[in-house]
Design a protein around this ligand. Structure first.
Ligand SMILES: *Cc1c(COP(=O)(O)O)cnc(C)c1O
Length: 229
């Protein structure tokens, strides 16, 4: 089943790239394995997948210990400040930074470990009450505030689009995120680049690719439905 799913998603990625005139190498597929057992991740690993996304600190820690160490782990869920220390040296990229306070904790823990943390700023592009993320008009100020922290590099923006039946409805939010990255990129400072756009999930990643996504986060489409979360 997994092999078939990975192939089907790969075909759709390539088709979307073709429609958009983009190169396949511009897009990184993050296999979102939250709630799924280690055995299933190992199966994906055996198929060649090396990039996994998780949204819970404890799950990253457990899976990190259980699986090979050439895996790149991405923290894509809301991150509590008191838990930063458990994953700071285990994850490749934190997608979900939406406050200066959280960034300051990341700065402190990264400094302790003598590393520099790569992060994305999570933007609530559709202004949903239920979502985390900084509002679009506050994003540039947040980037500017965080950019003075020496152990953090801002690599771009992330958004979680609304859950909709017709993914076309989310195109405007992906456009909004890309435009915001362009604007912020124009007056960026030392620790800031805007090359990464993390947007698009199982339901809408093809649209996201058409609108410039460089990272797509696909769970259900690869691993099947989840029981919860
Ligand atoms: C769960 C999750 C995904 C994957 O969602 P699917 O619809 O299963 O592809 C992507 N991004 C974030 C932030 C998530 O929490």
């Amino acid at each position: 089943m997994l092999k078939h799913n990975f192939e089907a998603v790969e075909e759709k990625i390539q088709a979307a790239c073709k429609r958009a005139g983009r190169k396949r190498e511009e897009i990184t597929l993050i296999a979102v394995s939250k709630t799924k057992p280690v055995e299933m991740l190992q199966e994906a690993y055996n198929l060649g997948n090396r990039i996994f996304g998780e949204n819970k600190v404890q799950e990253i820690v457990d899976k990190y210990d259980a699986l090979p160490n050439d895996i790149s782990w991405h923290m894509i869920g809301h991150l509590q400040r008191n838990k930063v220390k458990y994953i700071i040296d285990k994850v490749t990229l934190i997608h979900s930074v939406d406050s200066l306070r959280l960034a300051e904790t990341i700065e402190k823990e990264a400094a302790k470990k003598g590393i520099t943390a790569d992060i994305l700023i999570e933007v609530n592009a559709a202004r949903e009450d239920t979502k985390f993320g900084v509002l679009p008009e506050k994003a540039e100020e947040l980037v500017s505030d965080i950019s003075s922290l020496p152990h953090i590099r801002i690599k771009g923006l992330m958004t979680i689009a609304p859950f909709v039946d017709n993914p076309e409805e989310n195109r405007i939010y992906f456009q909004r995120l890309r435009n915001l990255a362009v604007d912020i990129g124009e007056n960026k400072s030392d620790n800031v680049t805007m090359g990464v756009l993390s947007m698009g999930m199982t339901n809408d990643y093809e649209i996201a690719i058409e609108e410039g996504a460089t990272m797509i986060r696909v769970g259900t489409g690869l691993f099947g439905a989840r029981d919860y979360r």
